[in-house]
Design a protein around this ligand. Structure first.
Ligand code: AMP
Ligand code: MG
Length: 550
């Protein structure tokens, strides 16, 4: 029930829900909230668990704008009640979705929204349809042996990273709010049998859809083909309306779109140095959004073999460099699930096969932009990029700083001294590190003569290539600065914000939210947020490795 003071606010009544997912797709007839296999249904109705004292830590202005919420509502006492699940607005219809998934390469059966509860869908005239979803609002029929809750540290990570990714230009689910519940949650963070009580929190995530590859896989695995078709038709109507009425050809075209959207998302991850960490098929969005911010991480030193997830440390299945290949593997699982709709292998196989060349071309295009080239010329640029990537792995090199500062090297100015003061030519191995790049290196002893020789040879080749393009320096630099961020949500910054928040100080969360709004702008006074990982964070949990415990 809404309380009088809260219903007085006209804004609450202006929020209209249009819950198409529950209206159009069959639900679980069993109203009990106990853990079970849910057959023949796409969702189960479930009430969020009441929390003891919800308090707002932060909200995203941009997300509240796209939902049409006023500042007055976001800053009202009702807001944390609504977005912790304590207070339902008229028209909300809370439910959890049924899905399955391949986890670490193996079919895992039913998973489902174990700690996510969809509140309802808002249709905004300007911005479209948005699903509001609470994460950590209590158990559902899909919670298996877990509690349905989320701790503050993982909620801070999800809230800030969703918004950071959006501002970086990568497709992602969004985060409206971060609310402290006032309750404690028990977690064994290191899986070492020493559980601790941690503060609980709820994030309200927002996306046009939260449907995952796994929502289709579960129906296909169970032979629930009618339901599979209903969900596919629903998805086409709602999220891919431009493709037309469902039929085998349209399903095939849709799958082809999903392959491209997924490839585009991975190209963005590779551009900004994001490692998802748990690319299971239940974490893959059907519309190519970055989904489920768990043990993700940001590349510090450029290392394609790096994975932030401790569960993945042995196999490195989900390391940075494997992300495109894993995306394609996941798409092949989705293709298997969609096969009953099409009844033919060829169009699905063709789409999976086209992922490779499509991704390759998009990645090359992206790398050309990172280097400030007008376009990617395979003859010259394939070897140039290959050589750079090898060099980046020879010494610990901060990916973000390297690319950002690379834009400062100029073909006209003698950025790199080539001569001594007396005008003699310097032998290549006596040239120092180019000033702008020096900051990017973590281990001075790795900058050997041999290394410098390679780096300078590459820079010389790169400068020659830039000269060919004959582009004004300022134009080239500003184009590079639009794709090479100054600020990313560095692992150690997340951990610092968490450490402070656990002491009741939320200022750094607000500072980060603000700085990460403009990741491509140099922000005077905010240099600290662009610094490379300090040494103390090199092997600190939370900074360099994360468990799935959240
Ligand atoms: P993830 O690895 O976080 O994508 O989660 C895999 C599955 O476990 C999903 O079905 C989640 O809903 C579920 N899950 C993860 N954490 C919890 C939790 N604390 N309570 C209930 N279900 C959870
Ligand atoms: Mg998940």
């Amino acid at each position: 029930m809404l309380m009088k003071a809260e219903t007085d606010s006209h804004t609450v009544h202006d929020i209209k829900f249009d819950n198409r997912f529950v209206r159009d797709l069959p639900g679980d007839p069993n109203p009990e909230n106990n853990r079970r296999q849910v057959l023949g249904a796409a969702w189960s109705r479930v009430a969020p668990k009441k929390v003891s004292s919800p308090a707002l830590i932060a909200y995203s202005r941009e997300v509240s704008d796209i939902l049409g919420f006023t500042r007055a509502f976001c800053e009202s006492p009702a807001f944390p009640k609504v977005f912790s699940g304590n207070l339902l607005l008229p028209g909300m219809d809370p439910h959890a979705a049924c899905y399955g998934g391949h986890q670490f390469g193996n079919w895992a059966g039913q998973l489902g929204d174990g700690r996510a509860i969809n509140l309802g869908e808002i249709v905004n005239k300007a911005s479209g349809r948005w699903v509001l979803q609470l994460k950590g609002a209590g158990p559902t029929p899909y919670s298996r042996n877990a509690d349905g809750l989320a701790v503050l540290r993982s909620s801070i990570r999800e809230f800030l990273c969703s918004e950071a990714m959006f501002h970086l230009g990568a497709p992602t689910t969004r985060a409206l709010s971060l609310v402290l519940t006032g309750d404690k949650v028990e977690r064994d963070m290191f899986y070492d049998g020493r559980p601790k009580l941690e503060p609980g929190a709820v994030v309200c995530r927002v996306a046009p859809t939260f449907t995952r590859f796994g929502n289709f896989e579960i129906f296909a695995a169970r032979g629930e083909n009618a339901l599979l078709k209903q969900l596919a038709d629903y998805t086409l109507r709602t999220d891919f309306p431009h493709l037309g009425d469902p039929c085998p050809e349209v399903y095939a075209a849709w799958f082809d779109d999903v392959c491209r959207l997924t490839a585009d998302m991975i190209v963005h991850w590779m551009r900004v140095g994001f490692v998802h960490g748990v690319m299971n098929t239940d974490n893959m969005s059907i519309t190519g959004l970055t989904l489920d911010y768990g043990p993700y991480g940001w590349l510090e030193d450029y290392n394609p073999g790096w994975t932030p997830n401790t569960t993945d440390a042995a196999g490195r299945r989900y390391c940075f460099g494997n992300q495109p290949g894993i995306a394609q593997w996941n798409l092949a699982q989705l293709a298997n699930a969609l096969y009953p709709l099409i009844g033919k292998v060829e169009p699905l196989q063709a789409a999976v096969d086209s992922f490779g060349p499509y991704y390759q071309a998009a990645w090359q295009d992206m790398m050309a932009q990172k280097l400030g080239l007008r376009s990617f010329q395979p003859e010259t640029d394939a070897p140039l990029v290959k050589d750079l990537i090898e060099i980046l792995t020879l010494a610990e090199t901060d990916m973000t700083i390297f690319f950002r500062n690379l834009a400062q090297l100029d073909t006209d100015q003698e950025a790199i001294p080539k001569t001594t003061r007396d005008g003699e030519s310097l032998p290549i191995n006596m040239k120092p590190l180019p000033g702008p790049l020096a900051e990017a290196f973590y281990v001075p002893s790795q900058i050997t003569d041999g290394y410098l020789h390679r780096l300078h040879a590459w820079i010389d080749a790169y400068m020659r290539r830039l000269k060919q393009d004959n582009r004004p320096f300022a134009e080239k630099q500003s184009q590079m600065n639009r794709v090479n961020p100054r600020y990313v949500f560095r692992n150690y910054l997340a951990q610092l914000a968490i450490d402070k928040a656990e002491q009741g100080d939320y200022a750094m969360i607000h500072d980060l939210l603000e700085v990460l709004r403009h990741p491509y702008e140099d922000q005077p006074g905010k240099e600290a947020f662009a610094e490379k990982r300090p040494d103390w964070a090199r092997s600190k949990p939370g900074c360099s490795m994360l468990s799935c415990s959240s």
